[in-house]
Design a protein around this ligand. Structure first.
Ligand SMILES: NC(=O)c1ccc[n+]([C@@H]2O[C@H](COP(=O)([O-])OP(=O)(O)OC[C@H]3O[C@@H](n4cnc5c(N)ncnc54)[C@H](OP(=O)(O)O)[C@@H]3O)[C@@H](O)[C@H]2O)c1
Length: 304
């Protein structure tokens, strides 16, 4: 849905057309991108998660900071927004603000399907399209493996019909990892979404390598363990070697660890404040830790 400079040139929109380009295009190129294995489309490695802070938004005073987050996210070249029908007001808030800001075209909207039964699935999908106010949703994933076979069947049909661009599955529970892995082996999926964080590295053992083997894109949920990592480092200074991979805050330390895993397409930190947005997008810039540095980061966190 987003055109990069090369595609614009390929399409013949070249010299002289630069005045038509949105002013953010140059900035967009400065965020580190990863390719979605099933298509080669690129996405920035940091997105936005909408659980919790977007879930109970009823007043304009509550919407205003979220509008500013989404506006600046798009301005900075951000694309991926993750939501779900079960996140209270989140889908509605995202749909309304994106329509109001007129930024749908440049975004990659991911939501989920989380009910049992064929008809209930269809009903929930229609509701997501209405709430998100879009004729096409970029990614819909079966939420926490609920009625996976039935819902994947429907998602495949809707993808074929052109209403969904990518399909997948999600979990954030270690107890589901085995079934999750099996589903990855059995099904053709564009994406998986799984919990992975510097202090929660289990998905890194089998699920992330399997995703790479199977050609599946990977979105990471709970990248801060719902804030657990910030609590772990409270009152502590960043180690000086964090500068070796252009990291100046704890949020960037945690996110750069995640997005430096070669199988990861993007991380989805819960982001409801502009201050956090600016901080988190900083993890999509500069150098990333290499394998040796990643081990150093693990030892550091394990040693706390
Ligand atoms: N099964 C699934 O599919 C599944 C399950 C869980 C989550 N998810 C997705 O993953 C996303 C992320 O999970 P999450 O939001 O629950 O947890 P998270 O991203 O691990 O942590 C969010 C917490 O981090 C804080 N935070 C964010 N940026 C910060 C920064 N730069 N500096 C300091 N603190 C910062 C937030 O603070 P405040 O409290 O101040 O806002 C919030 O408490 C969700 O929003 C959702 O989209 C999917």
């Amino acid at each position: 849905m987003q055109w990069n400079r090369r595609e614009l040139l390929k399409a013949g929109i070249g010299v002289g057309a630069s005045i038509l380009l949105p002013p953010t295009l140059g900035l967009a190129e400065s965020l580190i991108q990863r390719k979605i294995p099933s298509t080669g489309e690129s996405l920035p490695v940091i997105g936005i998660g909408t659980a919790r802070r977007y879930e109970a938004v009823t007043t304009e005073a509550e919407r205003a900071p979220l509008r500013e987050v989404l506006r600046q996210f798009k301005e900075t070249g951000g694309r991926v927004i993750d939501t779900a029908p079960s996140y209270g007001t989140a889908e509605t808030v995202v749909g309304d603000l994106v329509a109001e800001l007129k930024i749908r075209e440049s975004l990659f909207i991911a939501t989920k399907l989380g009910v049992r039964g064929h008809d209930a699935g269809i009903e929930q999908l229609e509701q997501s399209f209405k709430r998100l106010r879009t004729p096409k949703i970029d990614l819909i994933a079966v939420h926490n493996l609920q009625d996976t076979q039935t819902q994947l069947g429907t998602l495949r049909q809707w993808k074929q019909a052109g209403r969904i661009r990518y399909i997948g599955i999600t979990t954030s529970f270690e107890r589901q990892h085995q079934e999750f892995e099996q589903t990855m082996r059995d099904e053709a999926l564009d994406f998986i979404q799984v919990d992975y964080a510097l202090d929660n590295r289990k998905a890194g053992q089998r699920i992330l390598p399997l995703a790479a083997d199977r050609g599946m894109g990977v979105m990471i949920n709970l990248p801060f363990g719902r804030g657990r990592l910030f609590t772990a480092v409270q009152g502590k200074s960043l180690p000086p070697w964090a500068g070796e991979f252009d990291c100046s805050t704890w949020a960037q330390f945690f996110l750069k660890y995640i997005v430096s895993h070669p199988a990861v397409t993007c991380a989805l930190p819960g982001t409801a404040k502009v201050e956090y947005l600016v901080d988190n997008l900083g993890a999509a810039r500069g150098r990333l830790p290499d394998a040796a540095m990643r081990r150093r980061m693990e030892s550091f966190i394990d040693g706390l």
